[in-house]
Ligand binder design. Structure first.
Ligand SMILES: Cc1cc2nc3c(=O)[nH]c(=O)nc-3n(C[C@H](O)[C@H](O)[C@H](O)COP(=O)(O)OP(=O)(O)OC[C@H]3O[C@@H](n4cnc5c(N)ncnc54)[C@H](O)[C@@H]3O)c2cc1C
Length: 425
């Protein structure tokens, strides 16, 4: 696992945790062993437990300890790479099928929230804001692309219209999506875990897998036990470290950070984001923000290829927030935390098989809030004998990241390039 980043988040302070678990002890057999209790692993666990499979989930720390319990809570559309990169790899028709799966991913969240009564403050509405006036034409192209893919109902906001909705004059317009939004990420994750446990899955927290066999008869060993299973699903994402050799170098952990202000009161919070929607700018190094249910500003962004948390994270992040909302310069920052996003070289998630019975998916490249649950579901479909939808995505190819001493300098150089590109575009 990469070096630590603060685990004291606003989400932990407001978690709805109703379940208890015990660590793995002794030798256990299961139909499916799942590594990681984030959206990927828990989504697969829920599907499979509901279908009657004996499922054991092994989590190194606690449910939602990884990105699923730390993220910006922004429920995004499509893939981080954009649609054209996917079309370039698998052709227009299959890329459209991939997009349809990403649409289904958002619906899956809504369906699960409703079916399992997950209390996670979910809200629909998402504004993508442009920092430069000349970028408005890109918003139109973006809206047209969505329309052509069958995802309509999105609107363009002029600068003046946007200023009615956002308490800043920084941007020059926005694409407003009606079918994307935000939620409390940890509470959604805990809700998934509770639903999976209710359906019969066994979730073992504090059960780090220290050794695995990813061959046709897979097993996973922890300090105190071992699970032998017919199938294995690997959902460790950026937190997997070097456990599974063939997955090393496929994704790169990138640090991203979030601050939560003190409660601002409903009126002040409304003066910042009138309709309580999710907001992001369109830069490559993105700022993403939203209101919390108790009227704080949750502001995320930055990106770091170092695995060390910047000192005084709250003050490190504050200038990003005040560049958008100068009126928040004196507010208290109650929480600051970070986590690791797993990115792939082309920003398309990577998934596949390590043997006929071992599946993995990771590298959602900053858009896993919706996608991870879908990839978990698709791996569950593979276990159940229907692999077509998974195989559609598994045929997408990725270049590995460079290993050894070149890895970090190359990525730092790439990040510097994107900062300059954001400034010039
Ligand atoms: C700060 C931040 C902000 C983000 N914001 C957004 C956003 O707004 N919108 C969006 O779409 N995406 C966002 N993301 C990305 C999104 O959160 C992830 O793509 C998604 O949560 C991935 O889910 P996962 O289940 O694959 O991985 P994770 O949630 O990281 O879960 C992996 C789990 O595996 C466990 N694990 C690892 N190794 C082992 C082992 N050896 N044994 C047992 N368990 C192990 C870890 O402890 C961890 O709990 C953000 C990520 C971060 C960090």
């Amino acid at each position: 696992m990469p070096a630590s980043i603060s685990n004291k988040s606003y989400y932990q302070a407001t978690a709805n945790r109703t379940i208890s678990t015990v660590p793995l002890e002794g030798n256990v057999t299961a139909d499916v062993c799942i590594i990681g209790a984030g959206y990927t692993g828990l989504s697969a666990a829920l599907e499979l437990a509901e279908a009657g499979y004996k499922v054991v989930v092994l989590e190194a720390e606690t449910i939602g300890f990884g990105a699923s319990g730390r993220n910006g809570g922004q429920i995004c559309t499509g893939f981080s790479s954009g649609q054209s990169k996917i079309e370039g790899q698998i052709g227009k028709a299959d890329a459209k099928r991939a997009f349809d799966l990403s649409e289904e991913a958002k619906q899956l969240i809504l369906d699960r929230v409703e079916k399992h009564k997950i209390d996670c403050d979910i809200r629909w509405g998402y504004m993508h804001c442009i920092p430069k006036a000349h970028q408005f034409k890109h918003l139109q192209e973006w809206a047209d692309e969505y329309e052509a893919l069958g995802y309509g109902g999105n609107t363009l906001l002029t600068k003046a219209e946007l200023e009615q909705k956002l308490g800043t004059n920084l941007y020059h317009g926005a694409l407003r999506e009606s079918h994307a939004g935000h939620f409390h990420p940890l509470n959604y994750c805990l809700g998934l875990a509770a639903a999976a446990i209710k359906a019969g899955a066994v979730v073992c927290e504090h059960s780090r897998v220290v050794e695995v066999d990813t061959g046709p008869a897979p097993w996973a060993r922890t300090a105190k036990g071992k699970v032998s299973a017919k199938f294995m699903i690997i959902g460790g994402n950026a937190y997997l470290g070097q456990l599974v050799k063939p997955l090393e170098g496929k994704v790169m952990p990138v640090g991203s950070y979030i601050i939560a202000t003190e409660p601002l009161g409903e009126n002040r919070a409304k003066s910042l984001i009138a309709d309580n929607e999710a907001v992001a700018n369109t830069n490559f190094i993105v700022d993403y923000y939203r209101r919390s249910a108790d009227h704080r500003m949750l502001f995320g962004g930055r990106a770091s290829y170092s695995t060390f948390e910047p000192p005084n994270l709250g003050e490190y992040m504050r200038p990003r927030m005040t560049s958008v909302f100068p009126q928040l310069k004196d507010v208290k920052i109650d929480y600051a935390w970070g986590g690791f996003i797993a990115i792939t070289s082309n920003r398309i998630p990577d998934c596949g098989r390590l043997s006929p019975t071992v599946f993995y998916a990771h590298g959602y490249s900053g858009q896993g809030v919706s996608l991870a649950g879908m990839y978990g579901k698709l791996m569950a479909e593979c276990v159940r004998g229907t692999a077509e939808r998974f195989d559609l995505l598994a045929k997408i190819k990725h270049l590995p990241f460079p290993g050894g001493r070149l890895r970090t300098p190359l990525l730092v150089a790439a990040m510097a390039y994107y900062r300059v590109r954001d400034a010039l575009s």
